[in-house]
Design a protein around this ligand. Structure first.
Ligand code: SF4
Length: 550
């Protein structure tokens, strides 16, 4: 019989825990603050402090509660998300066929967030390219480059390292090729100054030129930013941009690029599946034919890109698992890495099924922790969800040793699911909460697993539907604005749920599956629209409010 261990509980020394709550909960309601909201928030903060053993002062509890209780917004505005401007391409205006391609969709870049690091870096790099094309006499007058971040980029940008990503793009770094050590160096030595060569002029830029501006306002998109080239107070070039999720960017006056027609046009899963079934082929092969006709690439060229993505996913899991167990992720949460520990202990489990679940979780934790470190990740569909797909790719390819060709087709089927969610709903947590990131990633992963197992197209759809359905309503509330809690573990849950979805879909009678993917994507869009804006990557509610950092 094993010896029973005595677990020391930090709170055991406390004589009267409820007295602590009472002490931490402020009772004086400051002027101009909604009383009910204020008392509730101090109570949540106080209770969390006692439960976690973090003794926040009554003053800090009060100031945090005031911050999150005011201003007393009109009820209608408080209940709904800010509307998106109608002229953004991200807002679905036509029911035309999907024209997204894999090289646009799966992007390699620095974590931790495709919308808050890869998008802003692409934006400032785009601006830098535009600025270099200005006439020489204009460039000769330039004195300053300035970036202003708004909305969610401003509210949670500090935790994501948005200012470092924006500066890197401004000085000519691209997301896919930037050395993560360069970004780490900016974090460790934030006062560095870099010369930006524009024609004959050299302009010094530093993190001071990236400004965290208004978090609330009448923005076209929650992730809005402006970039300016100035001559004194005069703007020589100015552009308003939007980081619309998944690393995609748009700007004021944006029109989508012209592309060739797809061989098998589809805008819904029903249409996509009809193509596959009537041609007696798979969703993956239909997607390959479309990739080739839209982009003009050969089959080998399409698979060359898919292989790069697969290899990068495997590499990110490997590098995450190789990190020492006592590694601490950057930021105020001081979160310890656990991927290696979970993996090693799971491998020791005597039950095979538990080994599988533990290993899959560890692979997801590994890739997601790499994202938390700001290292290179692959958007599938976003940085926050960057642990989900890699865990399955690694598990199927490196552990199960499945045929690479099956994984390639699975990647294309997964992309189709991501495209449908982008086309009819959103991939942006700032628009739709975490259901749009981890939910979509899990649905994509379910399609990957089913395709890799040669499942019929209906089973592929059912698996994706099921995974997405059981993430609907999931909010985004990263603690302290860092893509770590709940994000890293959430990737593990997304991966395991994807496998559960496949297990159900491949064992049920497929034709009896009651809900189709198109219906669930519509529910994703509707839920995104009606979700309270506090739960859309603002770090103003949920865990971001209740977790007290010591
Ligand atoms: S909570 Fe979800 S959506 Fe929000 S940052 Fe984390 S992973 Fe992304």
């Amino acid at each position: 019989m094993s010896e029973k261990k005595t677990v020391e509980r930090p709170e055991a020394s406390r004589q009267d825990a409820l007295a602590d709550i009472d002490r931490l909960v402020a009772h004086e309601v400051p002027h101009g603050v909604d009383r009910r909201s204020f008392l509730m928030r101090t109570a949540v903060g106080g209770a969390a402090a006692v439960m976690t053993g973090c003794a926040a002062s009554p003053e800090s509890a009060t100031s945090k509660a005031v911050e999150t209780s005011k201003p007393a917004a009109p009820p209608a505005a408080a209940a709904s998300a800010p509307p998106l401007a109608e002229d953004l391409h991200v807002v679905m205006k036509s029911k035309g066929p999907i024209l997204t391609t894999v090289d646009e969709f799966y992007k390699v870049g620095p974590g931790p967030s495709s919308s808050h690091t890869i998008g802003p870096m692409r934006i400032t790099y785009d601006f830098y390219q535009r600025a270099t094309k200005l006439p020489a006499e204009q460039l000769a007058k330039a004195t300053k480059l300035q970036v202003n971040l708004f909305g969610s980029l401003s509210a949670t940008g500090k935790g994501h390292g948005t200012e470092r990503a924006a500066l890197a793009g401004l000085i000519g770094h691209e997301p896919a090729t930037v050395d993560p050590k360069f970004l780490d160096g900016l974090r460790d030595k934030p006062d560095q100054v870099f010369p930006v060569k524009l024609g004959s002029k050299s302009i010094d830029v530093s993190l001071k030129d990236i400004i965290y501006d208004a978090t609330k306002g009448d923005f076209k998109h929650p992730n809005t930013m402006t970039v300016k080239l100035l001559a004194g107070n005069e703007a020589l070039l100015e552009q308003e941009y939007y980081s619309v999720g998944g690393g995609f960017i748009e700007w004021k006056g944006y029109t989508p690029p012209k592309k060739n027609a797809p061989k098998y046009p589809f805008a819904t899963m029903k249409e996509l599946r009809t193509h596959a079934d009537s041609n007696k082929t798979t969703i993956g092969k239909i997607m390959l034919a479309n990739e080739m006709s839209i982009s003009g690439k050969s089959e080998a060229q399409v698979y060359e890109w898919v292989d790069k993505v697969i290899n990068a996913m495997v590499a990110t899991v490997k590098s995450g698992l190789a990190m020492p167990e006592d590694d601490v992720l950057p930021g105020p949460i001081k979160l310890h890495s656990k991927a290696a520990t979970v993996y090693k202990r799971a491998m020791d489990d005597k039950f095979e099924a538990e080994r599988g679940i533990g290993a899959l979780s560890a692979f997801a934790l590994a890739a997601s922790e790499e994202n938390g470190r700001g290292h290179l990740v692959i958007t599938a569909p976003t940085g926050g969800s960057a642990g989900v797909m890699p865990s399955l790719v690694y598990g199927l390819l490196e552990v199960r040793k499945m045929d690479r060709q099956k994984i390639r087709e699975g990647m294309l089927a997964a992309a189709a699911v991501g495209y449908l969610c982008k086309h009819h709903a959103t991939l942006s947590a700032a628009e739709g909460g975490c259901q749009a990131e981890i939910g979509v990633a899990s649905a994509m992963a379910a399609a990957l697993i089913a395709t890799a197992h040669d499942a019929p197209s209906l089973v592929v759809e059912n698996a994706a539907e099921s995974a997405l359905e059981h993430h609907l309503g999931m909010t985004c509330d990263p603690v302290a604005g860092y893509v770590q809690v709940p994000c890293i573990e959430r990737c593990a849950f997304g991966a395991v749920k994807a496998w559960t979805a496949y297990a159900i879909a491949s064992n049920e009678i497929a034709s009896r599956h009651r809900i189709n993917l198109d219906e669930t994507v519509a529910a994703l869009a509707q839920t995104a629209k009606e979700m309270n804006s506090k739960y859309k990557e603002t770090s103003e509610a949920g865990l971001a409010l209740s977790v007290v950092l010591c």
